[in-house]
Design a protein around this ligand. Structure first.
Ligand code: GRF
Length: 296
């Protein structure tokens, strides 16, 4: 981590950087803002012994997120960080100016040309992120998986999670990036009239939905589909993919390969990689219980 982004409360990272947890398994924190069907799929995989990582905590920016209920029912510790509290009013614990300037120089999520306003917003996001990090680090999580978390993260947060050269935050996006970034991947794919939709799992970088792609898969969109059908078929695929990607990371099979003058490429060192991706697309092509069976 570059020293300019360390901030002043680095000491809270007691377990960070110590490698895998005592069990030898990757410790994962999941962040959600909504219903949490991806979280549920991960919980179900874990119960079936098919997740090679431990979900050590689930956090949200919304106390009402149903994902928190799913976590509690599974006995997973939860936490809520109110962004509203940080985005309005005075900040109790100011963010160091040098840290702020360094984060601002790297970030690509806030575009306000008014530097003062942009840095004020950034300061507040960092304050909220410090609270998230305090929970994540207290639980010894080494990887943060975003599963419908609707907040953009700054380089402050990302650099704290980075381990050696491996980015520490992963996101699942409901479109075939770089097509349709943003909050409405399914809707945008459907409205555009695409014949194929896609899912992307990627490392999170300093931009919005721009990070290195770890895995992608596609599903067909039929003429009779409504937008909801597209979303259901896509979510079915998301649930297949996320656990597999986490397992690859847990097995240390995911490599970020820098390329001169270009974006880094992610390589997955699994001899069964092609079969796995093929099985996703094949599964998405079959009539799914979530869509076609529901129609009958
Ligand atoms: C998913 O479509 C995911 O790709 C996107 O947010 C949605 C979350 O759904 N990032 P859920 O809360 O997991 O049901």
């Amino acid at each position: 981590m570059p020293s300019d982004l360390q901030g002043h409360d680095e000491s809270s990272g007691t377990t960070r950087g110590s490698g895998l947890g005592a069990s030898g398994r990757l410790r994962v924190a999941v962040l959600v803002s909504g219903g949490g069907t991806n979280l549920q799929a991960l919980i179900d995989r874990a119960k079936d012994g098919m997740l090679e990582a431990d979900i050590v905590c689930v956090g949200s920016d919304r106390a009402s997120a149903y994902g928190l209920v799913r976590a509690r029912e599974a006995g997973i510790p939860t936490f809520v960080v109110s962004y509203e509290k940080y985005l309005k009013g005075a900040l109790d614990d100011p963010v160091d100016d040098a840290v702020l300037a360094a984060v601002d120089a790297r970030q690509r999520i806030l575009r306000d040309p008014d530097g003062e306003a942009r840095r004020d917003r950034l300061r507040r996001l960092i304050a909220a992120e410090r609270e998230i990090l305090s929970h994540v680090e207290a639980h010894g999580a080494e990887l943060v998986c975003l599963a419908g978390f609707m907040r953009l993260l700054t380089p402050f947060f990302l650099s704290r999670l980075k381990k050696n050269d491996r980015p520490g935050v992963v996101n699942i996006h409901p479109a075939l990036l770089p097509a349709f970034p943003g909050q409405h991947g399914y809707r945008d794919t459907y409205r555009y009239g695409c014949k194929w939709g896609g899912i992307t799992i990627h490392f999170v970088d300093e931009g919005e939905d721009t990070g290195p792609v770890i895995a992608q898969a596609v599903y067909p969109i039929w003429d009779e589909d409504a937008c909801d059908d597209v979303q259901r078929r896509g979510l079915y695929l998301e649930h297949l993919m996320y656990a597999q990607v986490i397992n690859w990371i847990a097995r240390d099979k995911v490599r970020l390969v820098p390329r001169a003058g270009g974006r880094p490429r992610v390589c997955v060192e699994d001899p069964h990689y092609r079969e796995v991706v093929g099985s996703w697309v094949e599964a998405a092509f079959r009539p799914s219980p979530e869509v076609e069976h529901r129609r009958t």
